[in-house]
Design a protein around this ligand. Structure first.
Ligand SMILES: CC(C)(COP(=O)(O)OP(=O)(O)OC[C@H]1O[C@@H](n2cnc3c(N)ncnc32)[C@H](O)[C@@H]1OP(=O)(O)O)[C@@H](O)C(=O)NCCC(=O)NCCS
Length: 174
């Protein structure tokens, strides 16, 4: 099996939608991606592509957030959704997607990436609830984590706003 990571193209839209609708027990994650696209809030979408079968193995999406630090707007993103097709799980595909995406976000000058999810899973990639606690968010809690990029240049300790794109409102809060 040869799985390659690359930016998503228009041809990936329908397979990603199908992947999200089968990966989650509810349609909100697929609907979130559609709404983010319509609103123009997408920042980065990568896919894991099986070069042998031409199948979609996984996808990861990052969207724009409105985040201020010391009164200044800083480039920040939210990771969601992330999914790997069942046949490709537990082989490091999600890990490869996350690492490749972080490299791309670093290059693009993004300074913070936020995620709502399992601390045991995302913690291994550097996401930390202690960093997210510096920001006011309706998702605040142990599942709301942030990863400082750019070598952790962003000063923390001052409680400021971290607002997700409007499309997230359909997901509710935890
Ligand atoms: C969560 C999800 C994205 C993980 O995808 P994945 O490609 O299986 O993730 P990885 O392979 O990188 O890591 C998952 C596990 O496989 C293990 N693993 C990685 N490579 C492995 C390998 N070659 N052999 C065996 N296990 C391996 C990892 O250590 C990890 O183990 P752990 O979680 O038990 O500690 C996938 O299960 C999924 O799409 N779930 C449904 C949607 C979902 O829940 N998305 C996340 C929402 S926050």
């Amino acid at each position: 099996m040869a799985v390659a990571i690359r930016p998503a193209t228009g041809a990936d839209v329908a397979p990603i939608d199908a992947l999200l609708r089968t990966s989650f027990p509810y349609p909100e994650e697929a609907d979130l991606l559609r709404d983010l696209c319509v609103a123009g809030d997408m920042v980065l979408t990568l896919v894991a592509h099986d070069e042998d079968s031409d199948a979609l193995a996984g996808a990861i999406v990052f969207s724009r957030m409105a985040v201020t630090v010391a009164g200044q707007a800083v480039p920040a993103v939210a990771l969601a959704p992330l999914a790997v097709a069942p046949a490709y799980r537990r082989q490091g595909v999600a890990e490869a997607l996350i690492h490749a995406a972080h490299d791309g976000l670093e290059s693009a000058g993004v300074v913070l990436s936020f995620v709502l999810g399992d601390p045991a899973f995302y913690g291994r990639f550097g996401y930390d609830a202690a960093v997210a606690r510096n920001f006011d968010s309706p998702y605040a809690g142990e599942h709301f984590m942030a990863l400082p990029l750019q070598g952790g240049l962003v000063p923390c300790g001052v409680r400021e706003a971290a607002l997700h794109a409007p499309a997230f409102s359909r997901l509710g809060t935890q």
